[in-house]
Design a protein around this ligand. Structure first.
Ligand SMILES: *Cc1c(COP(=O)(O)O)cnc(C)c1O
Length: 497
């Protein structure tokens, strides 16, 4: 399998796509052809463990990786998760399920891919004969950063620099990052919001000058952000796995369609669902759920993406994003893989800050996607009511998705001709990762200290507290630097020495 860039140019191998992270000129890699999974193959996946299912899906894209080695890597990666299933499907009531993706080392779904990426990257370097040191440069809205740090800490030949918006992450997210162990890591706050942070990091990726300077130091740049195809592919696996679990537990019959609701920021998670559908998984609708930063809701409903609006800080900070990077891949697909048009749109997004899709593209999108959003009040109410009704504490990101999923289900229920389909809400974080926000949603009260928040949520809900969060309490912070966005490259050069 080869990969091509959304902005045109020659095809590259999977290993090259992973090592580069982003294609030249700022494009993103997509598979040259989207592989398919036959009904027979899907049936075969039923009896597999989660790592086996993931190895099967990854093998479809990264066929140059030795199968057994890949499976061993996935077993090791998911072996670090708490509990025996890394992606359990929980039945809430008839037709409503939660896909829990937060049992990894950092308690958010980013672990599903970032615990595997170090293997993919190292192996890619082997396959390409790359001997240089790799620098993983990452912008984070809170969760990617920690998952990348955890995945790559003390990895040989790899350094990780993480930049997070100083004012834009939760206390717990910040604490997770600034207490990170490892001699090869750097964690830096950036004055500004996530979009400023992401734009500055992307600029370094695009800059020939920066790459040259790094090359002089013997360093090759790569990315752990979801622009890296090595992030995206492991996420496809859990859509297949959830479907298999629905089949195994006889909640659906073979071929029945299932809807998924996904709390969305950079459009990575839900895009993996789109690829799963294109591979042949019977997915009905993908519900794209945004918080108050509802740029995607407007895009899917009106056909115009307009980033010129204020960015709000919300209680679901990992979704506080106005420029959703991975949407570029979807645009490329729905335009009939027109790279010239994609380039044009991305230019328009940079300046004047918006672009529109054609009416027939919007229509095609509406056949797969439904988009809605939850403001802060909706989110609080949803988390509160969901706990009251089902005794299950949602984190605030998942609360956003649940709110939108339920309004979508209500709408369908009014339509007598609508096919009845189960809804799987993708749960992206442990409620203990956002203790202040979740405690507030559950009780209407504030709690300043994160660990007090954790304790109180535990008293109310009796949900098990993840060991990795408990362990943070007594860890001293190691990183204190905060820089303006234009100083990011300077900080990188200091770090690599
Ligand atoms: C990253 C993240 C999201 C958004 O995922 P995208 O792939 O960026 O759309 C949602 N919830 C949580 C908890 C996250 O960490």
């Amino acid at each position: 399998m080869k990969f091509i860039s959304t902005r045109g140019g020659a095809a590259v191998t999977g290993a090259e796509a992973i090592v580069r992270g982003m294609a030249e000129g700022g494009g993103l890699y997509v598979p040259e052809t989207i592989p398919s999974v036959s009904a027979g193959e899907l049936d075969g996946m039923l009896s597999m463990s989660y790592p086996e299912r993931a190895a099967f899906i990854l093998g479809k894209y990264f066929d140059e990786f030795p199968e057994e080695e890949l499976l061993a890597a996935l077993n090791a990666a998911y072996g670090q998760f708490e509990g025996d299933d890394p992606a359990p499907l929980v039945k809430i009531e008839e037709g409503l399920f939660l896909l829990e993706l937060f049992h990894g080392p950092t308690c958010a779904f980013k672990d599903m891919a970032l615990s595997v990426l170090p293997y993919l990257l190292r192996k890619s370097c082997d396959l390409l004969g790359v001997k240089k040191e790799i620098l993983i440069l990452t912008a984070t809205s809170g969760d990617t950063g920690k998952a990348a740090l955890e995945g790559f800490a003390d990895a040989e030949g790899i350094k990780v620099a993480v930049f997070y918006p100083d004012e834009g992450v939760s206390k717990m997210q910040k604490l997770q990052m600034v207490t990170q162990d490892g001699d090869n890591v750097d964690v830096v706050g950036v004055k500004g919001n996530f979009d400023d942070c992401q734009a500055a990091v992307k600029k370094i990726f695009r800059s020939q000058e920066c790459r040259e300077k790094l090359k002089e130091k013997g360093v090759l740049l790569s990315s752990a952000n979801s622009i890296n195809i090595g992030r995206l592919v492991p996420q496809i696996a859990y859509y297949f796995s959830a479907y298999c679990d629905l089949l195994s537990s006889e909640q659906i019959r073979f071929g029945d369609r299932v809807d998924f609701a996904v709390p969305t920021g950079n459009f990575g998670n839900i895009l993996a669902g789109y690829y799963a559908k294109r591979m042949g998984l019977p997915i009905g609708t993908l519900v794209c759920a945004s918080n108050r930063n509802n740029v995607l809701t407007d895009f899917f409903n009106k056909g115009t993406y307009d980033k010129k609006r204020p960015l709000y800080r919300t209680m679901s900070p990992s979704m506080d994003i106005l420029v959703s990077s991975n949407l570029e891949r979807l645009l490329f697909e729905i335009s009939g893989r027109d790279s010239a048009l994609t380039v044009e749109r991305m230019k328009a997004l940079a300046n004047p800050g918006r672009y529109s899709v054609r009416a027939e593209e919007l229509k095609a999108l509406s056949q797969t996607f439904y988009a809605g959003y939850a403001n802060e009040e909706d989110t609080v109410e949803c988390v509160y009511e969901f706990f009251e009704e089902f005794n299950y504490p949602l984190d605030t990101h998942t609360g956003v998705a649940m709110h939108v999923a339920r309004s979508y289900c209500r709408k369908r229920a009014e339509d007598v001709n609508a096919e009845i389909r189960p809804m799987v809400v993708v749960s992206t974080a442990s409620p203990y990762k956002f203790p202040q926000a979740v405690y507030y949603a559950l009780t209407g009260n504030d709690v300043k200290d994160s660990f007090k928040g954790i304790k109180r949520i535990h008293l109310i809900t009796a949900m098990k507290v993840p060991e990795s969060l408990k362990a943070l309490r007594y860890k001293p912070p190691r990183f204190k630097t905060v820089v303006p966005p234009e100083k990011i490259f300077e900080e990188v050069m200091n770090f690599i020495g």
